[in-house]
Design a protein around this ligand. Structure first.
Ligand code: FES
Ligand code: FES
Length: 162
């Protein structure tokens, strides 16, 4: 019986065997892959600091959803594409337009929440060309920020969709 878990992590094919049923995607990313751009805040699905995208094939196309890596078990990721914040920069190190918009609009202060916001906004950027303010707010509803007051982040989302 083949009981391995296979998925794509950013651009890398991952095959795992003997996965503990309670191993989270967040621990796998940070402790085993050293992808520390994905942050641990609450570790219980409330703050969004650990947001990554998970893509699944649907009707022949990859559909991505933002997920909290701290409460997503590795065993549920078979046949998916997991995207972390490290995947967004260009080959030359250039920021993704979503990241640049956050810089331009001063959407980051202490920065701890920022990778999570980037990933939620990236998911929206993939899904919608010109999201409404309501759609932006809905995309960000799982992300908490203690510093910015949210308005600069929403402005960044509006700017990137221009
Ligand atoms: Fe807060 Fe995952 S660390 S939602
Ligand atoms: Fe500090 Fe968001 S920039 S928590």
């Amino acid at each position: 019986m083949n009981d391995s878990i296979r998925f794509i992590l950013n651009g890398e094919d991952i095959t795992l065997t003997d996965v503990a049923p309670t191993e989270t995607l967040l621990d796998f990313l940070r402790l085993k892959r050293r992808l520390t751009g994905t942050k641990e805040g609450c570790a219980e699905g409330d703050c969004g600091a650990c947001t990554v995208l998970v893509g699944r094939l649907a009707d022949g196309k990859l559909a991505y959803e933002s997920v909290n890596a701290c409460i997503r078990f590795i065993g549920s990721l078979h046949a998916t594409h997991v995207v972390t914040v490290e995947h967004l920069a260009g080959r030359d190190g250039a920021l993704h337009p979503v990241q640049q918009a956050l810089v331009d609009c001063h959407g980051s202060q202490c920065g701890f929440c920022t990778p999570g916001f980037v990933m939620s906004l990236y998911g929206l950027w993939l899904a919608k060309e010109k999201p409404s303010r309501q759609e932006i707010e809905k995309a960000l509803q799982g992300n908490l920020c203690r510093c910015t007051g949210y308005e600069p982040i929403v402005k960044a989302a509006e700017q990137v969709s221009l």
